[in-house]
Design a protein around this ligand. Structure first.
Ligand code: PLP
Length: 372
């Protein structure tokens, strides 16, 4: 069989992620690979840490990218914080809360599920009822930006509640980081993880995480070793937290980290508040176009994520055929529904570099041409 170099088609990525990668980031990733303990690389790692602290709005010393996708950031939080027998309250309002439950179980913890309707934000009253009913619970976990539905929850209120009942918090910010406000220190989030492929405009494969002192205290006082060698933060920190004296832990994904460095630099240049405002402004423009076509959002206005717009598929319209035509005729990718919403919604992302006027025009005009 004859194989040739792979040349992907040029697409516009307006799904739930990955989103369009900025050319500056792709260029940064093509720079020469150097050693992962090279002083020049270590200097760059320090900058990545500082830039991530800015993105997360935290001074947490343990702030770094896990060398694997968002799911690995999720596992890093659960594997380090959940010990066998721990009761963990998981608020689920979409697909990703279900993965948190899986993580708790696989760490030997006992998940206590607080279920909310898909498409709605996590209800703080339901969480408080669960906290009162389960005084032994020691962790509350929830998804800030539910990518499967486009709903945003009030992280500040949920974390405050958890702390009133002496629980630590694990927050999924895979889709929120860089696109909608997250203030780790001000909101006192204990452990948080994200991904690079959404509002940071970067390639997939890295998961920024941050842990505060309260979370580290629980990790230091574990009765058992973390069951995952790769994710054990006590070991990872010898590399990411070692200052000038870094020890080999694993071979860092060097060029992927060049990309993240560039992405975070661009976020700093734009300014976090400006990035949040851009996502909101573009969401309103897209919304106007979608509603003019008669499409309706599944999330109430106050709980909508600007970077993930979930709309109901009109009666009688063939979901797969529309998305195929968008891809084949317009090189435009939008997302299908996930889990319980499969076949019922389209998820239109406006994340990071994809959140710009020309993408909105392309999406509205091509959808209109296909649906009319
Ligand atoms: N959590 C949320 C909210 C997500 O949207 C995703 C991915 O879409 C993940 C976790 C998992 O991230 P990854 O696919 O990078 O492993």
């Amino acid at each position: 069989m004859q194989f040739r170099p792979f040349n992907p088609p040029v697409r516009t990525l307006m799904g739930p992620g990955p989103s369009d990668v900025h050319p500056r980031i792709l260029e940064a990733m093509s720079r020469p690979t150097i050693g992962h303990l090279d002083p020049a690389f270590i200097q760059m790692m320090e900058e990545v840490k500082t830039l991530l602290q800015y993105a997360f709005q935290t001074k947490n010393e343990l702030t770094m990218p896990v060398s694997a996708p968002g799911s690995a950031g999720m596992e890093t939080c659960f594997a380090n914080l959940v010990e066998p027998g721990d009761q963990v309250i998981v608020c689920q309002n979409g697909v990703f809360g279900g993965r948190m439950k899986e993580n708790v179980e696989r760490c030997g913890g006992i998940p206590i599920m607080v279920e909310d309707t898909w498409g709605e934000a996590v209800d703080p009253d339901k969480l408080e009822t669960a906290l009162k009913a389960n005084p032994e619970a020691c962790i509350v976990a929830f998804v800030h930006a539910e990518t499967s539905t486009g709903a945003q929850s009030d992280a500040e209120t949920l974390v405050k509640l958890a702390h009133q009942y002496d629980c630590l918090t694990i927050v999924d910010a895979v889709t929120s980081l860089g696109g909608t406000p997250i203030k780790v220190d001000e909101w006192e989030i204990d452990a948080i993880y994200s991904g690079t492929q959404k509002c940071l405009s970067c390639t997939p494969g890295l998961s920024p995480v941050s842990f505060n002192e309260r979370a580290l205290e629980k990790i230091r006082n574990r009765k058992q070793k973390v069951q995952s060698w790769f994710m054990d933060l006590n070991l990872v920190m010898g590399y990411w937290g070692g200052g000038a004296k870094r020890a080999y832990h694993h071979t860092a994904p060097i060029n992927a980290l060049y990309g993240l460095h560039e992405a975070l630099l661009m976020l700093q240049e734009e300014g976090l508040e400006n990035a949040w405002a851009r996502h909101q402004k573009n969401h309103l423009a897209l919304r106007a176009g979608l509603e003019a076509m008669g499409l309706t959002f599944i999330v109430n206005e106050g709980d909508r994520l600007p970077q993930l717009n979930a709309v109901s598929i009109p009666e009688g319209v063939d979901d797969g055929a529309v998305r195929s035509r968008l891809l084949n005729e317009y090189n435009l990718e939008i997302g299908a529904g996930l889990g319980a919403l499969a076949g019922k919604v389209w998820r239109i992302g406006l994340m990071g570099h994809a959140s710009r006027a020309e993408n909105i025009l392309l999406c509205i005009s091509s959808l209109e041409a296909i649906l009319s």
